[in-house]
Design a binder for this molecule. Structure first.
Ligand code: FEO
Length: 172
């Protein structure tokens, strides 16, 4: 992007660079959840597979929200390269634990962009990210609730299939 175009944007250059990085993170989350959907299908967790397929779609929507915002403010969004997608999990618990880890990393990243926007008086970016801040609260809460349900149900005997059935409660 030419320097003159970067200067005429209605958000700060630092914000655009951080938001482009966030696009990449959302794309990575989308691809990771699709890999989890595949793992769940192969291991007989069909409801969880549906859950992760839906999560994958939502992450792509998040990515496109940022992409469109950068277009609207006269910026230059990048189509991200997505690599390093893990397809290997040892259990359904590990899948959900990895999901929580992912989501907390996304939350941290969003908060960092908000704090940076505040520091450089970029009100537009700060306001835009309000939705993402609250979305992360919801997403983390969902995964914590599922992990609590797993802990209560237990993984012995039919426990694993009960867990998979219950995940259906979190599919909107
Ligand atoms: Fe878009 Fe779940 O982070």
């Amino acid at each position: 992007m030419k320097d003159i175009a970067r200067q005429s944007m209605s958000i700060k250059v630092e914000s655009m660079d951080l938001l482009n990085n966030q696009i990449k993170m959302e794309a990575h989350a989308s691809a990771t959840y699709l890999a989890m959907a595949s793992w769940c299908e192969q291991n007989g967790f069909f409801t969880s597979a549906k859950f992760f397929r839906k999560q994958s779609e939502e992450e792509r929507e998040h990515m496109m929200k940022i992409f469109d915002f950068l277009i609207d403010v006269g910026g230059s969004p990048y189509s991200p390269e997505v690599t390093n997608i893990n397809h290997d999990y040892s259990s359904i618990i590990e899948v959900f634990e990895a999901t929580l880890e992912h989501e907390t990393a996304v939350t941290k990243s969003i908060h960092n962009i908000v704090l940076n926007a505040r520091k450089v008086d970029d009100i537009t970016t700060e306001r835009f990210l309000d939705w993402f801040v609250m979305e992360q609260v919801e997403e983390e809460n969902t995964i914590r609730d599922i992990l609590d349900m797993i802990a209560i149900t237990g993984t012995d005997g039919v426990g694993l299939q009960v867990i998979d059935d219950h995940v259906g409660n979190w599919i909107n």
